[in-house]
Unconditional design. Sequence first.
Length: 701
Amino acid sequence: MSLHDDPDALRQPVIREGEEFRTVSWDKAFDKVAELVGKVLDEHGPEAMAVYLGNPVGHNLAGLLYPRAFIAPLGTPNLYTASTLDQRPKDLASGLMYGDRYTLAVPDLDRTDFLIILGANPMESNGSLATAPGWPRRLRALQERGGEFVVVDPVLTRTAEFADQHLRPRVGSDAALLTSMAHVLFDEDLVDLGRLEEFVLNVDDVRAAVADFSPERLEGWTAIPAEVVRDLTRRLAGARRAVVYGRIGTATTLFGSIASWMVEVLNTLTGNLDRVGGAMFPNPPSGSINTQGTPRFGPPMRTGRFRTRVSNAPELFGELPTALLSQEIDTPGPGQYRGMILISGNPVVSNPNSERMDAAMASLDALIAVDPYITDSTRHAHVILPPPSALQRSHLDVHFAMWSVRNTARYSPAVLPLEPGQLEEWEIMCRLGAIFEGKGASIADIDDNLVRYLIAREAKQPESPIHGLAVDEVMAALEPRTGPERILDFRLRVGPYGDGFGHGTGTLTMDLLEQHPHGIDFGPMQPRLPDVLRTPTGMVDLAPEILVNDLDRLSRAVDEGPVEGLVLIGRRHLRSNNSWMHNVPNLMTGRDRSRLQMNSDDAAARGLITGSLARATTKTSSVDVLVEVTDRMAQGVVSLPHGWVHGSGPIGMRTAASRPGVNSNRLASSDLDVPSWNAILSGIPLEVSAAPVEADERARR
């Protein structure tokens, strides 16, 4: 209720006039959208518009199901999402190996005996790309049944405290560590694919690729003794059921693509891919690419169909690298972005080089935001269209269900009604689509067009239960539903447990789900190879060329040796979901969490103690931040949380602005892990010193 009742949350649209926002009617707001975006389109074309979808999109139905409703009629190819800030290396490895970015192998937590965790702290932040409510409970249950888990992290996190073993590598060395483990599997004849052998290609190519990456060669780079690496690898290979799980800390590094690939390689070489207790593929009730089309086979993964103007970076999965968004806005020339549609995003806070992003967004001619707050980013918007609160909208998890450790479906209707005149978020997106479509289109027209598109695409698939059915016939069967519930009903009915509109093998429909308010459990994950694949060969490609070639870059870095001095990593907190929850008073209590954590030896060498004001400097920027000395941090590593700032201008979030903090993304650059083009947000070299006296005095005042 704190979010719903927040007095700072917008209830009606606003238009910016100078530095002030004025409340207007929905009609006036959309008229302004038509005026501003129309001018950009008329003068510069759709290539001058960009779309940014923030992380909250993944947590609500409209954000998941309706962006196409306005992106298609807008006609721009310039799509940016938060995915290229955290998970794109994982997407790339999965797309190349299994045929689709969403075909992610997740740890079978409830049945494994041996779990290795890298780059994740699920005791504090819960898991990601592995949907499992109650990670702490599940990890304790693993130990209680006689299993063990190992944490590989330079920080003594809460998860590491509970682990059976904690290894503290050098920051950014996960790719090298995992590659050296693959080397050990071959070197000590521990490779055992088991039933996977008939579904996996290019094992010998991996053997050759990792031949020079022995743990003895890499221990100076990883800071993990070679014998420790060999012992860990033997235990992984010898466990009855084991799995390696790597997350954001492995992906947001200089070699994130290799690290993400090697997680899959290790699970495969030990026979733990698609095995109970290993890394398995969910079968989500609302479907995914790997539940549609021809089982096992699919087209090759495409990339580079279009590129960014300034850096010539290729699209990947239809998206461009978010770390490069600011340069596309502020660099003059043909194709320069002059407008943006911003959906539930705060790129000024979440993007690297956030100072440049802030200035870039302020320069746009048409910034249209769908957001309930005036944030560090939307304060630059010309029009803000506020969606209803979470309690006013229904939900079924169609996104994170694709990576759930159990196959379940639960529908939650809206708890509270809309206020008079309020629009659903899907209606906002459809009305944007109607504006861009023109021709007198209405919200209903855009909604119908979207559903018809989904039906037609599905009906073309020979394996679909509705193959050959007329679109009008399926549309009629979905009546009288509209909006997200209509799309949900369609997806559930053509999904793996659906009734197929009378032509399927299951019984699942929205009607049935609504009769089970606590949800329906379809059971634990089951082996799905080879049908889960969508590759041209119908096989797992264990050695994608782009990833094998990137090992040369890692090898050169190892030969050059580790970076001297301090490196920066980020961190999250259970009560701070990125920047979303910073305006909830009861979550912002307690001690200041926006502090630079550093090891006692590093602090002493710089004359710093807890409470000192330090200046942290990278090649991109400098920030002044309070220090917290803690030996939870390994020597040479400092940590600053991302998602903070809330003080750079007239933002409409009073609780957040009262505890502004320091944003680590100001220190990050536009450097990328080139194979995936993901932002590098971990392992950033920096210098830390006592802040100048005048800065310290200002902070204490």
